[in-house]
Unconditional design. Structure first.
Ligand code: KDG
Length: 311
């Protein structure tokens, strides 16, 4: 059985080391919040599958080859001969400021629909991971995510939902209307502090938002605090984990790494404290290296970053 099934859009990310308007070399990478999580888990030895649509061209082939090279199961990926790849530019505008520009409207990945998900859901998994990016991509993707969440809940597959609000894709009002009901089906909800009001009607106060989610059946609410670590809210109370101090060179992908570490700990049967420590360790690996996922550890590397005793 698969440990993790995740679904979303994988993107071709073109990274610049300076302002895009000035041109200059771009390097090509695989990006995508859910595929980042799948890679994080596969690196740690879990059986992780990613499902979605890719373009039926060289760029779709690039996406698949990257995932396969990382040991991610791509059996259920569909190739769409009609639609282009989803592309993003990641522009390093200054040393501290990066900007994202998407060319993904009408992409293969955005055309995801329920039929794409029947086989992977039927195959089963110990966890289903989704992000709030996918339902922002199209009506059919929104329907597909809602269907997957309900189907998983009915089959007893715990769902984790990372809010991952992307202002370039939809308004906060639309995100809230879609994500608040979905969150009620999730076992784990992951959000940064400024995303909590998108999964509850209880407002932006962290304690109130977490309490509302727990009341609605969510087991664990993970609130990401960046350099301050994270807090986990459960029916038993709240627990804080500090970030592991490292020299940060690139924070993109840190949230996905955090999620992968947490879910890895869950799959390994660790208690909450050790799950959080593994999450913090993976977040540290992600920020300490360039790229969304390239710096993530194999299992034997977990102890390279101090504080990550959760190996
Ligand atoms: O979490 C990192 C992602 O933001 C990046 O890989 C691209 O999935 C992506 C998105 O839609 O922004």
């Amino acid at each position: 059985e698969r440990d993790l099934l995740t679904v979303g859009e994988a993107l071709v990310s073109l990274r610049s080391s300076g302002p895009l308007a000035a041109g200059g070399p771009l390097t090509m990478h695989l990006a995508g919040a859910e595929s980042n999580v799948a890679i994080g888990l596969a690196r740690l030895g879990h059986r992780a599958a990613w499902a979605g649509r890719v373009s039926d061209d060289e760029l779709g082939e690039f996406v698949l080859r990257q995932l396969r090279a990382e040991g991610v199961d791509t059996t259920d990926v569909r190739r769409d001969p009609q639609r282009p790849p989803g592309v993003m530019f990641l522009e390093r505008r200054t040393a501290d400021v990066s900007r994202v520009r998407y060319l993904r409207a009408g992409s293969a990945g955005a055309a995801l629909d329920v039929d794409d998900l029947r086989a992977p859901l039927a195959a089963g998994a110990r966890l289903l991971h989704l992000s709030g990016i996918t339902p922002a991509l199209s009506d059919s993707a929104r329907t597909a995510v809602a269907w997957a969440v309900r189907t998983a809940a009915e089959s007893g597959i715990p769902v984790s939902l990372d809010v991952n609000y992307r202002a370039g894709l939809w308004s906060r009002e639309d995100a809230r209307a879609t994500l608040t009901p979905l969150a009620g089906y999730a076992a784990v909800v992951i959000a940064s502090t400024d995303e909590l009001d998108l999964v509850t009607e209880a407002g932006a106060d962290e304690r109130d938002a977490a309490a509302d989610l727990v009341r609605r059946g969510v087991s664990t609410v993970l609130v990401k605090l960046g350099a301050d670590g994270a807090r986990a809210w459960t029916a038993d109370g709240v627990e804080h984990v500090p970030a592991v101090p490292v020299t940060a060179v690139d924070t993109v992908g840190a949230g996905d790494a955090f999620t992968a570490g947490y879910l890895s700990g869950h799959l390994d049967g660790l208690g909450l404290t050790d799950r959080l420590r593994r999450a913090a360790a993976l977040g540290a690996f992600a920020v300490a290296g360039h790229g969304d996922w390239e710096g993530l550890p194999r299992r034997d590397e977990l102890s390279l970053i101090t504080g990550s005793a959760a190996g």
